[in-house]
Design a protein around this ligand. Structure first.
Ligand SMILES: Cc1ncc(COP(=O)(O)O)c(C=O)c1O
Length: 409
């Protein structure tokens, strides 16, 4: 997966803090709270200025309001009868998402996030495929969790090259298919550059060849249906395509849900027979999960409805447009691809991009920096929580940063 987000330097290793005794006595509540607050205050970017990571920002406020009601609750498949409320919230949230993503009969689970959901898909595809040396074909831009899954599950990945717009070569997809292939994977969109894979073509191929197709809609699941409602031309990417076997999406990316809320959805409940669960009663990888995540998922979807999520998607795209247009208006900077959704990447053919990134950082604005071969790029992953004022603020900071780098040159 050569297109992963490389860095010029190794990530600095963060040392463990010095040894720390387990406290003999409790501390006053006020002291504990004050220290927690002080530590968060030292984080490099205030939430509103962090354009680098999509998770920052509180979930929708009703998710905070249900916390005291759901406090201490949990859900785990084997003990459904002991936590029926949380269990039903999970299942109904899954049903609502199934209907949003083109298949009212989809079944599935709330997971800890995208990585777990992708591992679940690989496991299901491997078990259903029944091959002794199973292989999975996927674009090289796919998320690293597939590489992790291959390692854990004994799968061979066949990676497909992408063009300059990060679109996979479909002829190569076909060439990689062989008698060991158990699955195809596509992303809607992938998280690094934000490009939408050709899901229709992949679904058609999967159907023709009788293969499992998993769609990683970590970003898209909670946004593309609403953008379509708003009139954006969004091609089919979900269960409405008969070739799609499973999908995942993350509530903690664009879904306004608490961090560690992912969804794994499958077309047909009978597929779950391929998971040995007779002793555990569990079909997923993690077992017990916080009940308030299931309640929050259900509550936010109920509170907002399509209407509320449409508004969130509209706002998100307004922020993205301000940022993308701001970048394009700076002479010498260039978007790598026109953003489909929340991920924006840009580079410069004349400036040192890493220095621009450092200048932004010095001014307290979060982004991420990486390079692909010789070319540096700055990547933003914009959350609906970012507001219009801060979008303009980010563009102003970018202008200043570019000026500072050029003045220094
Ligand atoms: C496309 C895509 N899939 C999966 C993941 C993994 O999600 P998580 O960090 O919730 O495990 C990410 C994370 O950014 C992603 O961008």
């Amino acid at each position: 997966m050569a297109r992963e987000f490389d860095r010029t330097e190794e990530r600095p290793s963060v040392p463990m803090p010095p040894p720390l005794d387990f406290p003999e006595h409790g501390s006053p509540e006020a002291d504990v709270l004050a220290e927690v607050e002080a530590r968060f205050a030292k984080d490099p970017y205030p939430v509103e200025r962090n354009f680098g990571v999509s998770y920052v920002g509180p979930p929708h406020q009703i998710a905070e309001q249900i916390r005291p009601i759901a406090a201490g609750s949990f859900f785990v498949e084997w003990a459904r009868d002991m936590n029926p409320a949380a269990d039903l919230f999970e299942k109904e949230a899954v049903r609502m998402l199934g209907s949003l993503l083109g298949h009212r009969d989809a079944v599935g689970f709330i997971t800890s996030g995208g990585t777990e959901s992708n591992l679940l898909a690989l496991r299901l595809a491997r078990n259903l495929g029944g091959k002794s040396e199973p292989e999975v074909v996927l674009p090289t831009t796919a998320h690293y969790s597939f590489r992790l899954g291959a390692e854990l599950l004994g799968l061979r990945l066949r990676e497909v090259d992408v063009d300059d717009a990060m679109r996979p070569d479909m002829r190569q997809v076909e060439r990689w298919l062989n008698r060991n292939t158990v699955a195809l994977v596509g992303s809607a969109p992938e998280g690094n550059f934000g490009q939408l894979d050709p899901i229709e073509e992949l679904a058609d191929l999967a159907q023709r060849k009788g293969l499992y197709l998993h769609v990683d809609a970590a970003f898209g699941g909670f946004a593309l249906p609403f953008l379509r409602d708003l009139g954006y031309a969004i091609p089919p990417f979900d269960f409405s395509l008969p070739g799609v076997s499973s999908m995942m999406t993350d509530g903690h990316k664009l879904g306004l849900l608490p961090v560690a809320t992912g969804f794994f959805l499958i077309r047909d409940e009978a597929m779950l027979d391929a998971i040995p669960a007779e002793f555990t009663g569990i079909h997923i990888i993690t077992a017990t999960k916080p009940g308030d995540h299931a309640v929050a998922a259900w509550s936010v979807m109920r509170r907002l409805g399509r209407e509320g999520y449409r508004e969130s998607a509209r706002h998100l795209m307004e922020v993205v447009d301000i940022v993308a247009t701001g970048i394009e208006n700076i002479d010498g900077l260039r978007l790598l691809i026109r953003p489909l959704l929340a991920v924006v990447n840009f580079t410069s053919d004349r400036d040192d991009v890493e220095r621009i990134y450092l200048e932004l950082r010095r001014r307290g604005w979060g982004a991420t920096y990486g390079h692909d071969g010789s070319q540096g790029r700055i990547r933003l992953s914009i959350h609906p929580h970012r507001d219009i004022d801060h979008a303009h603020g980010w563009v102003a900071a970018l202008k200043e940063s570019v000026r500072a780098v050029r003045d220094d040159a």
